[in-house]
Ligand binder design. Structure first.
Ligand SMILES: C[S@@+](CC[C@H](N)C(=O)[O-])C[C@H]1O[C@@H](n2cnc3c(N)ncnc32)[C@H](O)[C@@H]1O
Length: 189
């Protein structure tokens, strides 16, 4: 039998929310397969006030196959929105913005802030680097000044309505998809 298959799932049926390619595979086999294909972008989100959007950021990171998700601040986060996708996603915790900055510098990754603050440039026309970490802020305060200081660029998602912002989970999905459009679908070097 294919060693990636899980005998229990084969017997009982696989009701997990996974694409057909992974039907009846063990969790370890799925993670190993994803690890072979992960994209070189990372995402980070600040979590000093237990932001409820983190689950959805993790789910989108799984869908768009981010290398890793970084939680900056409190270790605990609300897993509900992740819909168990966190089991297939590498999630790393950094207690402080400084710790996160040191990790990014060690990894040689450019930190790109995603927030619509003064001086941000439109993400739609910005050439997002292939290897980078995109960092998002929290619902009330947005991206902290300390995190902004780490960023080589601040990018804003263009809006046209009356609200000042979209939620961080939605912003993360838009930003990750912008990376995917640029580096998976565009042929430019
Ligand atoms: C709800 S926003 C709060 C801060 C936002 N600057 C404001 O004035 O309302 C939470 C996070 O979502 C992301 N976000 C929301 N709308 C965005 C936009 N139009 N462009 C870029 N990021 C956005 C940012 O990461 C932001 O820190």
């Amino acid at each position: 039998m294919d060693p990636r298959l899980d005998p229990e799932l084969l017997k009982q049926g696989d009701t997990r929310n996974v694409v057909d390619r992974y039907r009846n595979w063990t969790m370890e086999a799925i993670v190993a397969d994803l690890d072979e294909r992960r994209h070189p972008f990372h995402v980070a989100i600040e979590n000093f006030e237990h932001d409820a959007n983190i689950g959805s950021v993790v789910r989108s990171a799984n869908a768009f196959l981010a290398a890793e998700v970084h939680i900056v601040g409190n270790r605990r986060w609300n897993r509900r929105g992740a819909m168990v996708t966190d089991r297939y996603q590498h999630v790393r915790h950094h207690p402080t913005v400084e710790d996160f900055g040191a990790w990014a510098a060690d990894a040689g990754l450019l930190v790109i802030g995603i927030d619509n603050i003064e001086g941000s440039v439109p993400i739609e026309t910005y050439d997002i680097p292939r290897a980078c970490v995109m960092i998002f802020g929290q619902e009330g305060p947005g991206l902290s000044p300390a995190a902004q200081d780490l960023c080589c660029e601040m990018l804003a998602i263009s809006q046209f309505g009356s609200t000042r912002s979209i939620n961080a989970g939605a912003a993360a999905a838009v930003a990750m998809h912008a990376w995917v459009r640029r580096h998976v679908f565009e042929q430019r070097p």
